[in-house]
Design a protein around this ligand. Structure first.
Ligand SMILES: C[S@@+](CC[C@H](N)C(=O)[O-])C[C@H]1O[C@@H](n2cnc3c(N)ncnc32)[C@H](O)[C@@H]1O
Length: 321
């Protein structure tokens, strides 16, 4: 761990003589691609996701190929031909959530995940990193994954990590697994970039004209109705921590993310501000054809970039030992 002035944990600059090739599976808008850049561990060589809109956003922000495909429809050769050092995967989490009835591998939405486990068994990629919701670790799918990894001779570690642990003012506790046929660092290396306060998030978007004020505003009667059930933060509160932004933000008022108190009322955070809480670079763009509701949904499905950068760093630190 490295600490900067004021005792803050700062981004470790890794000096590694070879950039690892990363295959980004269930890529969404490319949170892992952004994390790979932040960590310096490697670069994403290809991304794949079934969602056309997510691919549109990712293509606007990266130069590597982005495939819109159902993962199960790709043959083994497709995977092998990328000669990837790391397979990154963020499979759908609904089968492991209460909202999704926790049907585990009996849920049809677990099919691509189970397909991935079989693929790992057959092809044995050198390193695997994976993200899911807390609770996944108690599922039968997780048991199957562990069994597959152990039988194939992988060493693996599991972590529950939240961006608040590295000073980011946003909750997003998630399950992470790293597995490798070689060594592994005992814990993800701490990386803590900005933003560290709500005002830092907002300052990064002072020129943001992509979203209209009326799209962000919360009607007074709605605010009054849900006031006791929602989290409202203030710009001036440096200790404020926002709640997890989910794919329902903008559609459902409660348990979908925090709101901002302004001089004139209460408003939602814009999709760009949500990305900022997730640690995406401020250069990240939303293409014009992506509506605000679609942008909120895509951002809410994404991940904490600095946390994933930490997770990916587990590989490199181990190889430097
Ligand atoms: C939890 S999200 C991952 C989001 C991503 N990590 C990001 O940074 O935006 C799960 C993703 O899996 C995709 N997905 C679901 N079923 C799929 C399938 N059968 N094949 C490929 N992608 C699939 C969804 O479209 C969604 O983008």
């Amino acid at each position: 761990m490295k600490r900067g002035h004021h005792g803050r944990v700062v981004l470790c600059a890794f000096h590694y003589n070879r950039m690892m090739r990363i295959l980004e599976l269930f890529s969404g808008i490319g949170g892992a691609a952004a994390a790979a850049k932040l960590s310096n561990v490697g670069e994403v060589v290809a991304s794949v996701d079934i969602n056309e809109r997510a691919a549109t956003v990712l293509r606007a922000n990266c130069s590597h190929p982005v495939f819109v495909r159902e993962m199960e429809s790709l043959d083994d050769k497709w995977f092998e031909d990328w000669h990837a050092d790391i397979w990154w995967a963020s499979p759908p989490c609904q089968p492991f959530t209460r909202r999704g009835n926790m049907r585990d591998f009996n849920d049809a939405r677990a099919k691509p995940f189970l397909n991935l486990i079989d693929r790992i068994d057959r092809l044995g990629p050198p390193r695997i990193a994976l993200e899911n919701v807390p609770g996944f670790e108690r599922s039968q799918t997780a048991s199957r994954l562990r069994q597959t990894l152990a039988n194939a001779g992988y060493k693996y570690q599991e972590h529950l990590l939240c961006p608040t642990q590295i000073g980011i003012p946003n909750r997003r506790r998630r399950y992470y697994l790293v597995a490798a046929t070689g060594g592994l660092e005992c814990a993800p290396a701490p990386i803590s970039p900005e933003p560290r306060t709500v005002s830092e998030v907002l300052d990064r978007h002072s020129e943001d004209t992509r979203w209209r004020c009326d799209e962000l505003a919360v009607k007074q009667e709605t605010h009054r109705k849900y006031e006791s059930a929602i989290s409202i933060v203030e710009r001036e509160d440096d200790a404020a921590v926002t709640s997890c932004f989910t794919a329902a933000y903008g559609r459902s008022y409660v348990r979908s993310g925090s709101y901002l108190r302004t001089a004139t009322g209460v408003r939602r955070f814009s999709p760009s501000e949500v990305l900022s809480f997730l640690g995406f670079p401020s250069s990240y763009v939303w293409p014009d054809e992506i509506s605000i509701t679609a942008a909120w949904r895509l951002a809410g499905n994404s991940l904490s970039v600095p946390i994933v950068a930490n997770v990916l760093a587990s590989f490199i630190e181990a190889e430097q030992l």
